[in-house]
Design a protein around this ligand. Structure first.
Ligand code: C5P
Length: 325
């Protein structure tokens, strides 16, 4: 029997893009949040050699460019193992959707492969392998609410935000992340106020927005509104708007795909207290007051022809407790 794991998705609660770095990546700041939507990854090892990827989705590569292939190759080398590995990907999450599916699939492959081989990598080896395969992988070694710095690969667990109801809308288009970063650079060059004199204005902006958002949700920190601290503590995800949390990719992705801006507006019309693009898209999410409100909104949006599903955030403990199928 192969080892089967759930590969959960993430959304970004704000994403601020800094200047390009000498290594070609961009400095960024974001808060990742794992959510209760998943793909399934099955990994089987047998005698022989070679890595085979099986996936029915036409857009998922089954060769060495697949993140699952790349991570399996690195894990085998790190563990000094020579085996034949078959990785089966059962796809439910969107490809190029901004939900981190390919990154999550890779981390699930690493964990499943360790289990299948009966060996465990040291935590720092896991982290090094994950960051070498992609900037969005390390967050899936943490789960829950996660601060992302550097090119996104420097991850720090934050106290989990309380459960929140979400609607996830997946438009039919895929957005290329490298292209979206290149478009951001072009926009930043022609919009000096976006970058500031030292190029770091967005990074500073993130710190300010996060400060006003999260201090309100930390017990014991006095806030201007007196008993407001207590109220905010229960619903911090609904307070993203008040703190002005933004995803910079919206500024370059919405003009190219106006239908995505329309989906954001539709989420707001349907009662979302906060709606945003996730990563570079094309997926959008809305945060709702209750799971009932999210379900009704998803049903209405589906009736309008959108691919909308109601789900919820996934805490760190839920993430790890539900990984094994
Ligand atoms: O790390 P990952 O493989 O996901 O990155 C894909 C591409 O996205 C990079 O090659 C780079 O062009 C772009 N990127 C970036 N800055 C980041 C993350 C990704 O420019 N922080």
């Amino acid at each position: 029997m192969p080892v089967a794991l759930r590969s959960f998705a993430k959304i970004n609660l704000g994403l601020y893009i800094g200047p390009p770095r000498p290594d070609g990546f961009h400095e960024l700041r974001t808060v990742y949040q794992t959510i209760a939507l998943d793909d399934t990854i099955k990994v089987a090892a047998s005698s022989g050699s070679g890595i085979e990827i099986k996936c029915k989705h036409p857009q998922v590569p089954t060769h060495e460019t697949n993140t699952c292939w790349r991570i399996a190759d690195r894990v085998l080398k790190a563990l000094k193992q020579r085996r034949r590995i078959v990785i089966q990907i059962e796809k439910k999450l969107p490809v190029e959707g901004g939900l981190g599916a390919a990154s999550s699939n890779a981390v699930a492959t690493m964990l499943a492969l360790e289990k299948e081989l009966g060996e465990t990598l040291a935590p720092d080896d896991r982290l090094a392998i994950a960051s070498a395969v992609g900037s969005d992988l390390p967050l899936f070694l943490v789960g829950g609410t996660v601060l992302g710095l550097g090119r996104g690969e420097e991850v720090f667990p934050l106290p989990d935000l309380p459960d929140a109801a979400l609607v996830i809308v997946t438009p039919a288009v895929g957005v290329s992340t490298p292209n979206a970063f290149a478009d951001w650079d072009a926009l930043a060059r022609s919009t000096p106020e976006l970058t500031g004199a030292d190029g770091n204005a967005r990074i500073v902006g993130f710190s300010r927005s996060m400060f006003s958002w999260l201090t309100g949700s930390i017990a014991g920190v006095p806030t201007a509104g007196g008993d407001r601290a207590e109220k905010v503590q229960r619903t911090p995800l609904l307070d993203l708007v008040r703190a002005g949390i933004e995803n910079d990719f919206e500024r370059v992705v919405f003009p190219q795909y106006p239908e995505l801006r329309e989906v954001k507006r539709a989420l707001e019309r349907q009662g979302a207290r906060y709606a945003s693009l996730s990563g570079s898209g094309s997926t959008l999410y809305g945060v709702f007051e209750t799971s009932g409100a999210a379900q009704e909104a998803a049903a209405r949006m589906s009736a309008d022809g959108l691919h909308a599903v109601a789900t919820s955030t996934l805490s760190r403990q839920e993430y790890w407790n539900n990984l094994v199928i």
